[in-house]
Design a protein around this ligand. Structure first.
Ligand code: XMP
Length: 317
């Protein structure tokens, strides 16, 4: 019988056995999988796990500090790397969704590689790969996978020659959450919605600039906070705000405004492959719209996305 306690004991022993007194480097994303994987590896080898968390400039508001704080609170040896400018410079002028993804993947590898070279004698790379990722990467040439390139699996440049440590490779998401709970990780982390690797960059349609990121971060934070306040967060599979490259006329006091539009997206789903738009209450939508328009200077219009997948995707890019 599978129990999380049993899984943890066996896995920690196996990691100790494999790694011994060697060093492991690992990129943290703040998500469930990488945090649970890192916690298991940390339990096995302590300070010999070197965690790296990169600020790619397209994280959610305050996410960089929150992830560092929560890793520190569980004793993980983690280094935060502020690489915002590097990402913004490379993203400047780029509008194609696929090109933006590729740039972010490439920048990430560059920064991670640079950090890895600063640590003597690293032999292993830790990853939060779970069973569905394994399946997906095996069918990478299938038609559905060529629609959008995901960068979560196989992100290892072959010149890095590190051996992989993937303690969650056999688990489904709900099992990862159970293991995380057994390890004492906070419920807020374990129940977090999925968030794409390219982050807010694929929720800013067209060119990504620091100014647009700051606008979207504010709107997105208001939206997330409201979902929690209205007890709706757990009822949707994923939610996020999208900054459209559309300005429209509005009125504020006796001033005319000409500002950006934000689209709100929330979906129900089982695995993200198909999804229905979430039928959120009108009172909730009214509240969020007011909060965003009254508090985010630069946004004067909020719309709600009522498209299902397929044919629409969850993300807009
Ligand atoms: P779509 O937009 O394809 O999204 O319906 C399905 C799920 O995948 C996430 N997603 C990504 N995750 N890198 C990621 O790590 C990506 O490039 C990427 N694109 C989409 C999306 O957030 C949703 O959960």
């Amino acid at each position: 019988d599978w129990t999380s306690a049993h899984f943890i004991n066996e896995t920690v022993d196996a990691i100790k056995e494999t790694i011994g007194d060697k060093k492991v480097i690992m990129a943290l994303s703040g998500g469930v999988d990488s945090t649970v994987a890192a916690t298991l590896i940390h339990k096995a080898i302590g300070k010999n796990l070197y965690g790296i968390f990169v600020d790619n400039g397209v994280l959610r508001k305050d996410e960089f500090q929150q992830v560092l704080d929560s890793c520190n609170s569980i004793g993980l040896n983690i280094k935060g790397v502020d690489a915002k400018d590097h990402f913004y410079t490379k993203l400047a002028g780029k509008v194609s969704p696929e090109e933006k993804r590729k740039i972010i993947g490439k920048c990430f590898i560059e920064i991670f590689d640079e950090e890895a070279h600063k640590i003597e004698g690293i032999e292993f790379l830790g990853q939060g790969t779970i069973y569905p990722d394994v399946i997906e990467s095996m069918s990478v040439h299938g038609p559905s996978q060529t629609i959008k390139s995901h960068h979560n699996v196989g992100g290892l440049p072959d010149y890095m020659k590190l051996k992989l440590v993937e303690p969650l490779r056999s688990l489904f998401k709900d099992e990862v959450r159970k293991v995380g709970a057994e390890l004492g990780l906070p419920a807020a982390l374990l129940n977090r919605h999925p968030f794409p690797g390219p982050g807010l960059a694929i929720r800013i349609l067209g060119e990504v600039t620091e100014e647009k990121v700051q606008l979207l971060q504010q709107a997105d934070a208001i939206y997330t906070k409201a979902l929690l306040k209205f007890d709706l967060y757990a009822t949707v599979w994923q939610a996020g705000a999208i900054l459209l490259p559309v300005k429209s006329v509005g009125v504020m006091g006796d001033e005319r405004t000409y500002e950006f539009t934000v689209a709100l997206r929330a979906v129900t789903s089982v695995d993200g492959m198909t999804a229905d738009w979430a039928h959120l209450p009108y009172e909730f939508l009214a509240y969020v719209s007011n909060e965003i328009i009254n508090n985010v200077k630069g946004i004067n219009r909020v719309v709600y996305d009522i498209s299902s997948k397929p044919p629409a995707t969850i993300e807009w890019e």
